[in-house]
Structure formats: structure tokens, C-alpha cells
Design a protein around this ligand. Structure first.
Ligand code: NI
Length: 199
């Protein structure tokens, strides 16, 4: 997704015993999975119950997103967890401030219109392309307060929601490109697929 400027967020580093003590789950980003990893092609399963562990995992996802420095959304699939969980943290773009959002079991209720905009993906580094997607959507899901919510979105928020929900279905933005655009990216994708990455 488009890059944004980020302000550094205060990390939870408490000075409990006169030493710097860090809270592990707040400070260790999860390992991102990259193009070529078969997990990115799998369909994630619904979250049966949003336990404290699920909420803590969502926090780790926020931390992981933050650590990327330029990401604005992340699906659990991208850290190798096949659960229907997405998080979005757009921040401030074009004078509009977006609240961070964690969404469990997101469902697209309706979609209308068509709009093209540039996208990228943390799992497909250094590859961007113009992607056609619905312009306005209605999405339902459960938030981090365990409330069922309905979001009417357009613009960037709609695009990020659609991109992240695609991940939960094993779909990548490059799948939504026409043949020519996809062929233009094929060398870069092949290089990514062959790249050795830390696991
Ligand atoms: Ni992505």
C-alpha cells in the first residue's frame, strides 16, 4: 500500500528494576512471510472465540506493522498464522486521521464502483502496481473490544480492507493485475521467489 510518514511510537520499555526491562510481546515483531512462501496461498480459518491470546496476537501484529516503517495494513496470514485477523494502521494521510483498527472475521457485505490506485505489499517487497478494486464497500467484523462492527469505507481505507481480506483468502494484489502488467513484474517476482530469507 502507499507509503506514509510515520512518527516513532513509544515502545513499552519500563524501568522496573533500575534496568531497562522490555515487555516481550510488545517489542518483538513477528516474522513476515514473503512471496513464494506457500502459507500466503492458504485460506485462513475464522476465529472461533476472541480470547485474550487473540487480542495479544493482534497487538503483536500492530508491532510488526510498525516495525516495517511503511506498512499500513497486515493480515495474520502474512506472519504465517491462518486465522481471519487483519489490522490496519493508516495514520494520517491527506489531512485525514485514521484510527488503528483490528478486525476479526471480516466479511465484505457489499461492494460498488471501480477505482484504480497503486498498491504494494509487505510480503512482496519493492513491487508496486496499479490495481483495480471496488470503490466503496461495507465490511462487517469484530473489533478489539469484541464488538460486532460495520464499516462503510471508500478511498484508501476501502482499498486496505480489500487488500488485507484478500490475504485471508490466499489472494495477493498481483493476482488482480491484467496479463500484461503481471508479465512485466514476472522477473521481479521470480527473483523474490528464489530469494533466501530468514525463517
Ligand atoms: Ni499485502
Amino acid at each position: 500500500m502507499p507509503k506514509r510518514k510515520r512518527k516513532p511510537r513509544n515502545v513499552d520499555a519500563s524501568d522496573v528494576n533500575g534496568e531497562d526491562t522490555v515487555i516481550l510481546h510488545e517489542t518483538v515483531p513477528l516474522q513476515l512471510r514473503y512471496y513464494g512462501d506457500p502459507v500466503l496461498r492458504k485460506r485462513a480459518k475464522p476465529v472461533a472465540e476472541i480470547t485474550d491470546a487473540e487480542l495479544q496476537f493482534a497487538e503483536q501484529m500492530f508491532m510488526t506493522l510498525e516495525a516495517t516503517g511503511n506498512g499500513i495494513g497486515l493480515a495474520a496470514t502474512q506472519v504465517g498464522v491462518l486465522k481471519r485477523i487483519i489490522i490496519i494502521n493508516i495514520g494520517e494521510v491527506d489531512d485525514e486521521v485514521y484510527e488503528p483498527l483490528a478486525l476479526f472475521n471480516p466479511e465484505i457485505l457489499s461492494a460498488e464502483g471501480e477505482i484504480v490506485a497503486e498498491e504494494g505489499c509487505l510480503s512482496i517487497p519493492d513491487v508496486t502496481a496499479d490495481v483495480k478494486r471496488p470503490e466503496r464497500i461495507v465490511v462487517e467484523g469484530i473489533n478489539a473490544e469484541r464488538e460486532s462492527i460495520r464499516i462503510e469505507a471508500d478511498g484508501l481505507l476501502a482499498r486496505v480492507l480489500l487488500h488485507e481480506i484478500d490475504h485471508l483468502n490466499g489472494v495477493l494484489f498481483i493476482d488482480r493485475l491484467g496479463g500484461l502488467k503481471r508479465r512485466l513484474l514476472s522477473d521481479a517476482l521470480l527473483r523474490l521467489q528464489r530469494a533466501e530469507r530468514p525463517s
